[in-house]
Ligand binder design. Sequence first.
Ligand SMILES: Cc1ncc(COP(=O)(O)O)c(C=O)c1O
Length: 384
Amino acid sequence: MIQQLSLFPYLETQESARPPDFIPVYTPVLNGREEKYVLDAVRSGWISSLGSYVTRFEEAFARFCGVRHAVSVSNGTVAIHLALHALGIGPGDEVIVPSLTFVATANAVHYTGATPMFADVDPATWCIDPDDVRRRITPRTRAIIPVHLYGHPAPMSALQSLADEHDLLLIEDAAEAHGAEIAGRRVGGLGRIATFSFYANKIITTGEGGMLTTDDDALAARCRMLRDHAMPPHRRYWHDEVGFNYRMTNLQAAVGVAQMERIDSFIRRKREIAALYREGLAGIPGVTFATERAGCTNVYWMVSVLIEPPYALSRDELIPALRACGIDSRPFFHPLDTLPPYLSTAPRPVALHLSRCGLNLPSSPALTDAQVAYVCQVMQELAV
Ligand SMILES: Cc1ncc(COP(=O)(O)O)c(C=O)c1O
């Protein structure tokens, strides 16, 4: 029998009230060589941004994405900002982003002085809808930032055609989709430049951290220089322009190198977990998954479902009910054009609908089959 909601009324604030086998939405898996490499970095004394782990991490990540260059930075938000700044986006420009994404995508545009313009998303994949992008293009549009939302790749070829037609830059926000593929090609190499996050809940983590990937030699060199206060590699303390300190530390990169050794197994496990959820939740009326488009590989950063009638509870009722049973979950993002800094009078309808009924289930590669089965059982029991 499922525990009733009232048993754990203070879970939001009282850690001690959680049942011992509480299933979090995410836990990073750090039991490879992370400790060994961090200790090695500490003992070497190279604890800031100079050090061999930074280079090793960048090389391994570039190889993984199938691109010529990977430039590490301090987080995924500054990665987007650096990409936009390096490409010359600034005041007066417009950049089209999906309405349904984490706020960082739009904030990074805002930091440059440009204006984020919000496009609706595809009801099947939940990623940016190229038809709506077309409607948002104006003479001021300079770039599109598709987001590979929750691990599913955005429709890059349709967006590339639009970008070519209107002379726009295409910047992938791949923060949530390390290893996702379209027709056998990994994200990170599908636009002019791409950005990744290594926050603790991402497919691989460095605690905080980010990466830019590109095949463009000059752009990669420019990002490297700008992340280090725009100091040219061979002229110390000379600065032709204003840059940033967006560097990653060797300690973070040491964790990253260890994580890269296991990234394929993390992704494999995440796809297995998604398949278990699909099987375990199949046939529950009112519970639906996103479509994995033909030729696309979703890496399921989050395994997500929509909760709609005739399911007995609304999404907002289901979250506390799951929590009472020791299961953590998260609502979808709010559409960015419904947030105070970016408020619009006409929120995008698909994004708005998904944000009201979308739910992220526990998705860590550390989950056991039994834990996934338990979540599915609870959701079955709460369905009627
Ligand atoms: C789509 C998207 N973009 C950007 C970011 C920002 O990454 P970070 O938290 O590393 O700054 C995130 C992080 O959650 C994200 O989900």
